[in-house]
Design a protein around this ligand. Structure first.
Ligand code: AHR
Length: 613
């Protein structure tokens, strides 16, 4: 039974409570949300990005074609370019199975080229069955200049190729093919189906651009030839301005990132979908397993200044130094930035916090209305997390980001996580969470957990599932909210849950109590008197069902590394909706999948007591 007292007033829920977290992981940007169809368009792929890359990755060459890095380059930030001999050609294969074109739709080609003695480029779209559009002739003469052509596809294909052949010697760079139709038809825009799926969630905010992507790398500036090789951290100034001047970088997730989708595009997209932009800047501590604090005051000072400049880029008048850059890019009005996060999953709490305090002081001095969000560390199971929270609480930080990825069972058991959070401490930004899997069970466990977030909306102010996007052929992380390839995209069960919550954000919580439906209202508070497991037994896929067949508890242990099976040397029971290990000598060891010793057992269990919260 559910008891609701409509006159009682629970927490107020902010419109921005639920949002999305976009990170360029799983090729979420290039080959994903960023609509560019050519892969490695500026010939900047390098073994620094990925051991298997060459500057001609995703290109095939006919005749004399070589990538050069010399004084003949397009500009100092786009250092390599293609040199084509007379009568030579190159062909790009895009992402996944190739370049996707749809019959009747238009595609805009552009290229930077030079040909001292003049040349004609023949540009064509084709697949193994032949032409996909009428070929275009582009006359090139003199030094570097940009040239354009438009195609209308005569057939639909998922395996298209873009070929450029040159009659005489020529140099090419930034070879691009964009669908005319992008989300809201913005120039240098976003792939429509993916952007629409994100927009349909009606997110309250967009956290970007990462994740581990942000707080790893050298933190050094882009400084031309001496330091042009990548693995700098993700720095917003590298990602704005004309695309051919955005120096590409090694992405933390093992590929090249073009930055074609950069800070201007993130702000613009947030505005287009009515969401609050929430950028994350690096704090000069490298996290995500690398755990190194950078001790360089000058570098720290530069990053702090970059953060102030970022706020000016977003909010400053079009006459200010960085507001002018925004205006030049096409957006004289401000983007209304109100929150900024410093750092991500910081494993070194003291080192991080000392740097965070300097960022915070500088931002608060110049922009007192901006909320500066801090971090709580990588997970909640150790002293790193506790230390981080203590530091943040003592310093009266406004908001702290915490992350967790756990089993569905964990999410069911932890519905009450925030019931006991300090009401006078920092507010919570749950910047990343997901139950491990993309099945309905995962979505439902997240939905159950989100009722706990909502009940505590006075403390939990922002929450975003992670990661948002995955290209099925380039996966570094699963589960993910939205899946895609070069021709289609599809939602996970978790997406439907997020959509349900984001499209129905309440104004205020109406306090309620439930009995006899423990899975709806929270963790089981009584005990299920499940029997003891035999000593030495191994078990997996445990499920407890009630007499009417409904599942009370199930665990496939997918939350555990490499799907290990649990081999107890002691005894186990299930109590209060969780597994309880009653013998400290119990171990988890790997059991070979398909081992003939595995058998299904059907245990009849009698509940001794069970009640809802
Ligand atoms: O969401 C994927 C990764 O998970 C993020 O980059 C990182 O912050 C977390 O560890």
């Amino acid at each position: 039974a559910i008891t609701v007292d409509p006159s009682a007033r629970g927490a107020k829920i902010d419109d921005t409570m639920y949002g999305v977290f976009f990170e360029d992981i799983n090729r979420a940007a290039d080959g994903g949300l960023y609509a560019e169809l050519v892969q490695n368009r500026s010939f900047e792929y390098s073994t620094v990005d990925n051991g298997s890359y060459t500057p001609l990755t995703s290109w095939t060459a006919g005749g004399t074609a070589q990538v050069l890095n010399d004084a003949g380059r397009l500009n100092e930030r786009n250092r390599t370019y293609l040199s084509l001999g007379a009568g030579s050609s190159v062909t790009n294969s895009g992402y996944n199975t190739g370049i996707r074109v749809e019959q009747g739709k238009r595609y805009d080609f552009s290229v930077w080229a030079r040909a001292a003695s003049g040349s004609t480029l023949t540009v064509s779209l084709k697949d193994a069955s032949g032409s996909l559009a009428t070929a275009r002739q582009v006359a090139v003469q003199g030094g570097w200049a940009t040239y354009k052509a438009t195609f209308t596809a005569t057939r639909t294909s998922n395996r298209g190729r873009l070929a450029v052949a040159s009659a005489n010697a020529a140099a090419l760079d930034e070879v691009s093919l964009f669908p005319r139709e992008t989300y809201k038809n913005q120039p240098n825009g976003l792939r429509k189906d993916l952007a629409e799926k994100i927009a349909a969630l009606k997110p309250g905010f967009v956290r970007f651009p990462g994740g581990c992507l942000v707080n790893t790398g050298s933190m050094q500036d882009y400084s031309g030839a001496s330091n042009w090789q990548r693995k700098r951290s993700y720095q917003w100034k590298d990602t704005i301005g004309p695309v051919e001047e955005r120096a590409t970088n090694a992405n933390f997730w093992g590929y090249n990132q073009s930055y074609g989708l950069g800070y201007y595009e993130y702000f613009r997209f947030s505005e287009d979908i009515g969401a609050m932009p929430l950028p994350v800047v690096p704090a000069l501590v490298t996290g995500c397993g690398q755990n190194k604090a950078v001790d360089d005051d000058a570098l720290l000072g530069r990053h702090i200044q970059d953060t102030l400049d970022l706020i000016e880029f977003a909010n400053g008048p079009a006459t200010s130094e960085w507001g002018k850059v925004r205006a030049r890019m096409g957006h004289p009005r401000p983007f209304h930035l109100t929150h900024i996060e410093v750092g991500n999953e910081e494993n070194l709490p003291e080192e991080f916090f000392a740097r965070f305090q300097q960022f915070r002081a500088a931002v608060e001095a110049k922009y007192p209305d901006i909320t500066v969000i801090s971090n709580s560390g990588p997970d909640d199971s150790g002293s790193t997390f506790d230390t981080a929270w203590r530091l943040n609480r003592d310093a009266k930080v406004d908001m702290v980001d915490e992350h967790y990825y756990n089993s569905p069972n964990w999410f069911l058991r932890n519905n009450d996580r925030y019931d006991s959070y300090d009401r006078n401490g920092p507010k919570v930004f749950l910047g990343e969470y997901a139950s491990q899997g993309n099945a309905w069970q995962n979505g439902l466990s997240e939905a159950a957990f989100m009722t706990g977030l909502e009940r505590n909306a006075d403390v939990v102010k922002l929450a975003s599932y992670a990661p948002l996007l995955a290209n099925e052929d380039y996966v570094q992380w699963r589960p993910d909210l939205i899946w895609f390839n070069n021709r289609a995209s599809w939602n996970s069960a978790d997406y439907e849950v997020q959509k349900l919550f984001m499209n129905n954000v309440g104004d205020r919580v109406v306090p309620s109590r439930a009995t006899t439906t423990p899975n709806v209202s929270g963790p089981i508070t009584g005990a299920v008197g499940l029997s003891t497991w035999a000593t030495g037994a191994a078990y997996d896929d445990v499920k407890v069902t009630s007499a009417d067949g409904s599942t009370l508890l199930s665990d496939d242990f997918s939350g555990d590394a490499a799907q290990w099976k649990h081999t107890g040397t002691g005894s186990w029971s299930i109590r209060d909706g969780q597994y309880v290990q009653t013998d400290t000598a119990a171990e988890n060891t790997m059991v070979t999948a398909g081992d003939p010793a595995w058998k299904d057992y059907d245990l009849r269990v009698k509940a001794t007591k069970m009640s809802g919260k």
